[in-house]
Design a binder for this molecule. Structure first.
Ligand code: MAN
Length: 564
């Protein structure tokens, strides 16, 4: 309770006399304006609290004071309720009746502050402000605006009914499609299982046929290797005996040194080192050692001498050819020298011829590059004929048939498997859609899949409801994601008024971009405005008939309710 002892008794007497007069003025003024007796600044709904015959009790019960203290320009109540018509209380509220327009509540600090807040001028009753009562004009304009809004809401709500109908139909169709797909999935899974069985069976048969084929192939390769080994040994044997000129069953250094072929460095003579290297650092070599270590060292020299080695590329080959030519020239020179100096020159030539004969290339070896080309041509031709024929040439008829059957079974299984996965994906998509909240009457459902754009000075913004919001510079470049559909974030009693898109692209040194979309009633769908109140936090206004039954929150003014 407030202590009513603010002034001395003489002053109080004088003061009370003044208050009685001023309170009566206030009451008279107000009663004249509204025809209901109430102090200035009090709304009709609160008039019953102010009874001149009784003491006034503060609305919060904090004090009871003589009625003449009401609007005496001195704050007695903690809640300011004893001063509805003066600026005395810092937390008081002044009510303007605004006859002809909408009533208004303003903070009592605005009373007599020289600024006209109430269109009926009641807030400036003791100030110098020259306020004009324009409530009738404002009221007319507001009513016209309200009528327009009502008309828009009416048209919009009719469209909303259509949207809702369509939305419900979409949901029903999705549900039916889901039921159908679930049935299809059962059938597709059954077919997949069947195809899998067929594939396993076909692959078993194919596997056995290939196993047999691979075994045969291995045996053939083994036989071929053995034959090659035998031929190699035969070749080695013949060469050994040719080199073993004294027929003692061993090769000596001197027997090699008469062969120009072994002049590895092409200096015109076969040095001890060159010969020794070929005899594995021994003075002489038996047939048994020759096969293992001598022949493998000599054979490349023989082949090189006959020009049977091919370089890995043409440059190399050309160089080698050049080198070979030089070597040949060198060798010829050497030979000439030898002819001059050797007594056995005819024998030498004979030996060279023998070497040549022994190393006579096979017809296909004569020009190995030509042979390779032929092979390449063959391959190209095979490729052109297609894999099937190539395979046909590789496997016997029965094996090929089993391979073809297995291929067919594999591809049928893969198709069945793909079909199952496609159906599962579609089912998941529909389930996700069915889980989305499209409004209490499905009125927002037709917006899913649609996109709306808004262009400002710098960017083109795109809103795809229930999907995402993006931003793209007018000068081009990639879209910046301003958020993905998160859900409805309107007030509890107005949930479907605001959408949230979040988790967008991260802002430089800042949060992930996000977008709030306020929905406004209109007869068309349109993205009406875009702003960025905080960096990387966007605010869109989207007009749609889908909200037309709801009361525009802009119309919800608490200060009107008071007078209703
Ligand atoms: C881009 C746009 C703007 C944003 C800045 C933040 O320029 O996405 O909207 O404010 O990045 O760096």
């Amino acid at each position: 309770m407030l202590v009513i002892g603010r002034i001395g008794s003489f002053e109080r007497m004088f003061y009370n006399a003044h208050l009685v007069f001023s309170s009566l003025v206030v009451l008279l003024q107000v009663s004249h304006a509204s025809e209901i007796l109430r102090p200035r600044g009090v709304s009709i709904s609160k008039a019953s609290f102010y009874v001149p015959e009784r003491d006034f009790t503060c609305m919060d019960g904090s004090a009871t004071v003589p009625f003449i203290y009401v609007n005496d320009d001195y704050c007695d109540c903690e809640d300011g309720s004893d001063e509805p018509g003066t600026p005395a209380c810092p937390n008081g509220t002044f009510h303007c009746t605004n006859a002809g327009h909408k009533p208004l509540n303003i903070p009592s600090s605005r009373v007599n502050d020289g600024i006209c807040d109430c269109c009926d001028t009641s807030d400036e009753y003791a100030s110098q402000a020259s306020c004009v009562n324009n409530c009738n004009e404002l009221g007319r304009a507001a009513r016209a605006e309200a009528q327009k809004l009502a008309e828009l809401t009416k048209q919009g709500s009719e469209l909303r009914i259509q949207l809702s109908k369509k939305g419900k139909q979409i949901r029903q169709e999705k549900q039916e499609k889901l039921n159908q797909l679930e049935k299809d999935l059962g059938e597709a899974e059954r077919l997949k299982k069947e195809k899998e069985g067929l594939k396993i069976a076909a692959e078993d048969l194919e596997g056995s046929a290939l196993k047999q084929y691979q075994q045969e192939e291995e045996e053939r390769k083994q036989a071929q290797n053995e034959e090659e080994k035998r031929e190699n040994e035969q070749e080695a044997f013949e060469y050994f005996h040719k080199l073993d000129s004294n027929q003692d069953g061993k090769l000596q250094l001197s027997e090699l040194q008469v062969r120009q072929t072994f002049d590895s460095n092409r200096d015109g003579e076969v040095s001890d080192d060159e010969a020794k290297f070929l005899l594995n650092q021994q003075e002489e070599m038996s047939w048994e050692d020759f096969v293992i270590s001598g022949w493998p060292r000599m054979k490349p020299l023989l082949m090189l001498d006959k020009g049977l080695f091919q370089g890995p590329d043409s440059t190399h080959t050309a160089k080698q050819e050049g080198d070979n030519n030089q070597e040949k020239e060198h060798i010829s020179e050497g030979k000439e020298e030898e002819l001059d100096h050797s007594e056995d020159d005819e024998d030498e030539e004979e030996e060279e011829e023998e070497d040549d004969k022994l190393y006579e290339p096979h017809p296909e070896e004569e020009d190995p590059s030509a042979y390779e080309e032929d092979e390449e041509e063959g391959e190209t031709a095979n490729e052109a004929k297609g894999e099937v024929e190539e395979a046909a040439s590789k496997y016997d008829e029965e094996t090929q048939r089993l391979i073809n059957e297995a291929n067919q079974a594999r591809s049928e299984f893969e198709e069945a498997d793909r079909n199952v996965r496609d159906i599962q994906r579609e089912i998941q998509q529909i389930k996700d859609t069915l889980l989305k909240d499209y409004g209490s009457e499905e009125e927002f459902a037709p917006l899913d899949g649609e996109c709306f754009e808004f262009t400002d000075n710098e960017y083109i913004y795109k809103l795809c409801p229930f999907d995402q919001a993006t931003q793209r510079s007018k000068s081009g470049g990639a879209d910046t994601r301003l958020g993905s559909w998160s859900g409805w974030i309107g007030a509890d009693d107005d949930k479907y008024r605001t959408m949230l898109f979040d988790g967008g692209q991260s802002c430089w040194n800042g949060p992930q971009r996000s977008t709030k979309v306020k929905l406004l009633c209109g007869t068309e769908h349109a993205l009406k405005s875009v702003s960025e109140p905080n960096r990387c936090e966007y605010f869109f206004e989207f007009v749609t008939p889908a909200v037309c039954l709801q009361l525009d929150s802009g119309d919800k003014q608490d200060n009107i309710k008071d007078e209703l």
